[in-house]
Design a binder for this molecule. Structure first.
Ligand code: HEM
Length: 540
C-alpha cells in the first residue's frame, strides 16, 4: 500500500520531494554547473563528463595528452572543463606569443586554488608566484627585481662560485672510488643553497644534513599541491566534503613543518644581520622602516626558495643527463675548447665564468636544454584581469588560462623537424628561432619567472666548470633517459625531475682540478663558513 493515501503521508512525501529537489539543485550548483560560461567562438574539447569534465580524457600525463589532443583536433587553443572549472589551454608557440606576450596585461592575474591557497598557504601568506595581482604582489615583485638585475647578479658572483664549486667537489668525491652518483640530489642542494643564501645567508654544506633532506621532501610535496592532476578536490568541489581527505591532511601537516624551518632560517638571518648579506638582513638593518614589512620579506623569501629550488635543481641535473650521452662526449669537448678560446686557460675560465657568459656554444646548449625540458610543463595558471579578443572570440575577465609550455616548446611549425631532438647548436646561428622568447620554460609576459638571467648564469657556470675540469661518464647500468617525455620521474607532478641515472667524474688533470678548487675555497672562505651545520644558533 502506498503512503500517498494518508494525508500526513502526502505531506511527508512532499517534504521529501522538496528536500530531494533542493539537494539536487545544491549538488548541481555546487559541483556540476561550470564556474564560468562557455566561450563562444573558442574551440572546445568534446565529451566532458558531468562530474569530472574532460579530466578523464587526460590520464596521468596532462601536458602530453593536452598536446596530443591539440594536434589531433588541430586546435592550438581550446577550452575544456576540469570538474566544474572552465580552463583554456594554449598549446603552440605562436598562440603563446599572442596570449602571453601580446596580451600580457590582460593575463597578469592568478586564480586561487582550493588546496594550495586555502590549506597550504594560510599561515605564511601568498608567495609572488601564487598570488593574484594586487598592490601587495606588485610591490613584492618590484622589490624582488632589485636582486635580479645584471649588476645585482654580478655582485653576488660569489654565490655562483661557492655553489658550483661545492657541487663539483662533492660529485667528484662521491664518484672517485669508482662508484657512480645520481646528480639530482647535488643540484637540488645547489639550487636550495642558492636561494637560502640569497634570502637568509645560510647554506647546507653537507649533502647528508637531516634538515636539508626534510626541506627537499617538504618543498616537493608542497609544490605537488599545485599540480593539475593530483588535486581532484580543486576541480570537483564535492571531494572537499569527504571526511577523510588524506591530501588535505598532508597539506596542513606540510605547511606546519615548512613554517617551522622557515622560522629557524629567518631567525638565523636576523641573528646575523650585521655580519652577513641577505634579503632578511637587508630588511632587519633598515629597522622595519623600509618599503617592505616582515610579512612581505617572509613571503618573498619563501617564494624565492620554493620557486627556485625545484626548477633549478632539475634543470641542473639535466645538464649531466645530456653530457652523459654518446654525443655528450663531443659536446663536453666543444664546451672545453670554446671556453679555452674565450678565456685563455682552465684557471681563467674557472674564475671568469661566474662573471661573463662568453662561450656562445655553452649559452646555446643551456637555451636548448631549457627548451627541450620544460620542467614545469604546465605553467602555473593565470586569470584574465580584463577581457580581450582572440581570433574573433571574446575572452572574458576572470577566465583561467594555462600555457602548455611542453607543447609550445615542441611546436614543429616553429622549431622544424628536429623539434624533438636535443640540438645544442640550435640557438647558435642566425636563424628563425634564435630570438626571444627562445622557449616558454620560464613562462612569458607580465608574470614570467623573475629569475631568468640569474638561472641561466648558474646553469652556464655548472656546464662550463664541469667540462673544464672533468670528463663526465655515464654509468652503463643506469643510463639517463633523454627523451622529453620519458625523462620525468613522475609525469603527474607539477615540476618534473629526471629519472634516476648514474654519472662519474674523472679529472682531465688532477693538479689543475686541485688548483681550481683552491681558488674557490679561498675566494669563498666566508660563504663556506655560513654553513647551517657550523651555526650554533641553528636550532634556537
Ligand atoms: C631553471 C630555473 C627556473 C625555471 C625553469 C623557472 C620557471 C618558472 C615559471 C614557469 C614560472 C611561472 C611563470 C609564468 O606564470 O609565466 C616562474 C615564476 C617565478 N619564479 Fe622561476 N624558474 C626558475 C628559477 C627560479 C629561481 C632560481 C627563482 C628565485 C631565485 C625563481 C623565482 C620565481 C618567482 C618569484 C616567480 C613568480 C613570478 C610571478 O608570479 O610574478 N625562479 N618560474
Amino acid at each position: 500500500m502506498s503512503i500517498f493515501v494518508f494525508p500526513w503521508g502526502n505531506a511527508l512525501a512532499l517534504s521529501m520531494l522538496i528536500a530531494l529537489i533542493a539537494l539536487m539543485l545544491w549538488f548541481y550548483l555546487y559541483t556540476i554547473k561550470p564556474t564560468t560560461k562557455f566561450i563562444n567562438g573558442l574551440p572546445y574539447l568534446p565529451s566532458p563528463s558531468l562530474l569530472f569534465g574532460n579530466l578523464g580524457q587526460l590520464g596521468n600525463d596532462h601536458p602530453t595528452n593536452l598536446q596530443e589532443l591539440s594536434l589531433k583536433y588541430r586546435m592550438p587553443v581550446f577550452q575544456c572543463l576540469f570538474g566544474n572549472q572552465r580552463i583554456i589551454f594554449v598549446n603552440s608557440y605562436s598562440a603563446a606569443m599572442d596570449w602571453f606576450v601580446k596580451n600580457q596585461t590582460c593575463l597578469i592575474d592568478r586564480p586561487l586554488l582550493y588546496t594550495f591557497h586555502k590549506l597550504v598557504s594560510t599561515s605564511q601568506g601568498l608567495t609572488i608566484g601564487t598570488s593574484p595581482w594586487n598592490d601587495t604582489c606588485k610591490k613584492r615583485r618590484l622589490n624582488v627585481q632589485r636582486y635580479m638585475t645584471t649588476p645585482a647578479i654580478q655582485e653576488r658572483a660569489s654565490l655562483y662560485d661557492v655553489e658550483s664549486y661545492s657541487l663539483l667537489r662533492d660529485l667528484y668525491q662521491d664518484t672517485s672510488n669508482g662508484e657512480s652518483a645520481y646528480p639530482y640530489i647535488y643540484t637540488q642542494r645547489l639550487a636550495l643553497n642558492f636561494t637560502t643564501m640569497l634570502c637568509y645567508a645560510t647554506r647546507f654544506d653537507n649533502i647528508r644534513t637531516k634538515l636539508l633532506k626534510e626541506i627537499l621532501e617538504i618543498v616537493k610535496t608542497i609544490s605537488s599541491f599545485r599540480s593539475t592532476n593530483k588535486n581532484l578536490q580543486d576541480y570537483v568541489p564535492i571531494m572537499r566534503l569527504l571526511p577523510e581527505n588524506p591530501r588535505s591532511r598532508l597539506a596542513v601537516e606540510c605547511s606546519r613543518i615548512r613554517d617551522e624551518w622557515l622560522r629557524k632560517l629567518t631567525q638565523q638571518a636576523l641573528n646575523h644581520r650585521d655580519d652577513r648579506v641577505s634579503i632578511v638582513g637587508d630588511f632587519a638593518k633598515s629597522d622595519g622602516n623600509g618599503r617592505l614589512d616582515l610579512d612581505d620579506i617572509k613571503c618573498i623569501c619563501v617564494g624565492l626558495v620554493s620557486g627556485g629550488f625545484e626548477t633549478l635543481g632539475s634543470t641542473g641535473a639535466l645538464i649531466f643527463a645530456q653530457l652523459a650521452t654518446e654525443k655528450g662526449e663531443e659536446w663536453q669537448e666543444r664546451v672545453y675548447s670554446d671556453c679555452i678560446k674565450h678565456y685563455g686557460s682552465v684557471e681563467e675560465a674557472w674564475k671568469q665564468v661566474v662573471l661573463e657568459q662568453k662561450s656562445e656554444f655553452a649559452v646555446s646548449f643551456i637555451r636548448e636544454l631549457l627548451r627541450m625540458y620544460a620542467v614545469i610543463p604546465l605553467i602555473p595558471a593565470r586569470k584574465t584581469a580584463k577581457a580581450f579578443q582572440w581570433n574573433g572570440a571574446t575572452i572574458p575577465e576572470g577566465t583561467t588560462v594555462i600555457l602548455n609550455a611542453q607543447a609550445a616548446n615542441h611546436d614543429r611549425e616553429h622549431f622544424g623537424d628536429t623539434v624533438d631532438e636535443f640540438v645544442p647548436e640550435r640557438f647558435l646561428y642566425e636563424s628563425s628561432v634564435n630570438h626571444s622568447p627562445y622557449h616558454f620554460t620560464f613562462g612569458a609576459g607580465s608574470r614570467a619567472c623573475t629569475a631568468v638571467n640569474l638561472s641561466i648564469r648558474i646553469l652556464y657556470v655548472i656546464l662550463a666548470r664541469s667540462c673544464m675540469l672533468f670528463k663526465i661518464k655515464r654509468d652503463a647500468s643506469r643510463p639517463p633517459v633523454n627523451d622529453y617525455i620519458g625523462y620525468a620521474a613522475d609525469r603527474s607532478a607539477q615540476t618534473y625531475w629526471p629519472k634516476e641515472f648514474g654519472i662519474s667524474l674523472t679529472p682531465r688533470d688532477p693538479a689543475t682540478m686541485e688548483r681550481c678548487f683552491r681558488i674557490s675555497q679561498e675566494a669563498c672562505a666566508e660563504q663556506l663558513s655560513y654553513s647551517y651545520e657550523n651555526d650554533d644558533v641553528a636550532d634556537t
